[in-house]
Design a protein around this ligand. Structure first.
Ligand SMILES: [Cu+2]
Length: 412
């Protein structure tokens, strides 16, 4: 009896929380959204589950698609203002002011003890702390697929991370500016959270949403996302996965992509190469072979015209800027320029006039030599220059094939 009591007391000391309180990102475009303003069924954590049960929060959620026309709207280059809370009432969708404005934090206390609130947020930090240290971050990931039945976990790329969440009820997610538009039926997005080991059971949180990128101006498709490897961004990026990274699928019975132990959870922070805010490395592996890093159509047209100009007349580079300026407003698109280049001036024959040394200089400095590589970059054919340039951009290159770790049991 005595030992039972002291065990309970110990348990209360370690986990001062009703472990029932959990969190979701509330948005009407959520799979599983219900009209009930007290909804809290989609906040439950996921651990040790079959794939069908954890994937996008299970069949109950997946079978309740958002209403027609509802999208989580992610503004290109802007900020998505999310609501992360224990209960829908404690968000902008709440109908009872006492609940809605109970606290600025993600969860209100269910007792007189304020620690019950922070406990529900699975952190050892306390309300009012201006510098919380035990928050491990949440993420928004995107898949360019409208059809849920065609969707797989491997299609999701994390595009935004907030290191200091879950903490406040209102959580901002900065959206990259180089994302392409979604198909007409929208994309599917995912909110994910893996919390500190200091306050509660080990688990992941995951919800799905129909979403779209508003004001999208990106023209390139996202490269295939890779598994996020453990590393030390930004102090030592040697082992970091660069480019789009998949969310963490962890601690389930099936389809994990991370096999860290129970007490070494994968987080959405620098421990796995994620930046705080918009993920700006999405095209890092292809940017080196693209002629223009800018996303605007005008800039793209201007520069590719400049390249074209140099191809036609290698000595006329001084005038290329003027040429670019004068044609900047025309709607010349890169594919057109690329297609026209070989017929009017073959870049390969241009290179033949150069000595090997000149050629290597040309290849690393002049846009003329990059054009053919840029063309093939779209089809993933280019090998030579992409390797060279990738090593210039980031000293340690991780080739996609090396980032996958086989499942220890299935070998897949
Ligand atoms: Cu919880």
């Amino acid at each position: 009896m005595v030992s039972k009591l002291s065990l309970s007391a110990l348990a209360l000391t370690v986990f001062p929380v009703a472990v029932r309180a959990h969190i979701a990102l509330w948005d009407e475009a959520m799979f599983g959204w219900e009209d009930d303003p007290n909804q809290s069924n989609v906040v439950t954590p996921l651990a040790n589950m079959a794939f069908n049960d954890w994937w996008l929060h299970g069949p109950d959620a997946r079978n309740k698609p958002p209403k027609e026309g509802k999208f989580m709207e992610l503004p290109s280059g802007g900020v998505y203002h999310g609501y992360t809370s224990c209960n829908k009432q404690q968000s902008k969708f709440g109908t009872i002011d006492k609940e809605k404005y109970a606290t600025i934090y993600a969860c209100k206390s269910s007792t007189d003890n304020p620690a019950d609130g922070t406990g529900a947020m699975h952190t050892s930090d306390h309300w009012g702390d201006p510098n919380p240290k035990d928050l491990k971050g949440t993420s928004i990931a995107i898949a360019y697929e409208s059809d849920l039945s065609k969707l797989t976990p491997e299609m999701f790329s994390v595009i935004s991370v907030n290191y200091t969440s879950v903490w406040f009820q209102q959580t901002d997610y900065h959206i990259p500016s180089d994302l392409p538009a979604c198909p007409s039926g929208g994309c599917i997005c995912m909110w994910s959270w893996v919390h500190s080991i200091d306050a509660g059971s080990q688990q992941i949180y995951q919800n799905g949403y129909r979403c779209k990128i508003t004001g999208a101006s990106g023209t390139r498709s996202l490269p295939a996302p890779q598994i996020a490897k453990k590393c030390h961004y930004p102090t030592d990026t040697t082992n970091c996965t660069v480019g789009p990274k998949q969310p963490h699928y962890w601690l389930q019975n099936e389809r994990n992509n991370n096999f860290q132990g129970h007490y070494d959870p994968p987080f959405y922070n620098g421990d796995y190469g994620f930046m705080d805010g918009a993920q700006t490395d999405l095209f890092a592996n292809v940017a080196a072979v693209e002629p223009v890093p800018e996303t605007s159509t005008v800039a793209l047209s201007a520069s590719s015209t400049a390249i074209h100009q140099e191809l036609d007349s290698p000595t006329a580079s001084a005038s290329s800027e003027a040429a670019a300026t004068s044609t900047a407003t025309s709607e010349i698109k890169l594919p057109n320029v690329s297609a026209a280049a070989p017929s009017s001036s073959n870049p390969q024959s241009l290179l033949k006039h150069l000595s090997p040394q000149q050629e290597s200089q040309q290849r690393t400095s002049a846009p003329a030599a990059r054009l053919p590589e840029a063309e093939s970059a779209d089809t993933g054919v280019s090998e030579e220059l992409s390797e060279e340039d990738a090593s210039v951009v980031r000293p340690v290159t991780t080739r996609p094939s090396e980032t996958r770790r086989a499942h220890p049991e299935t070998g897949l």
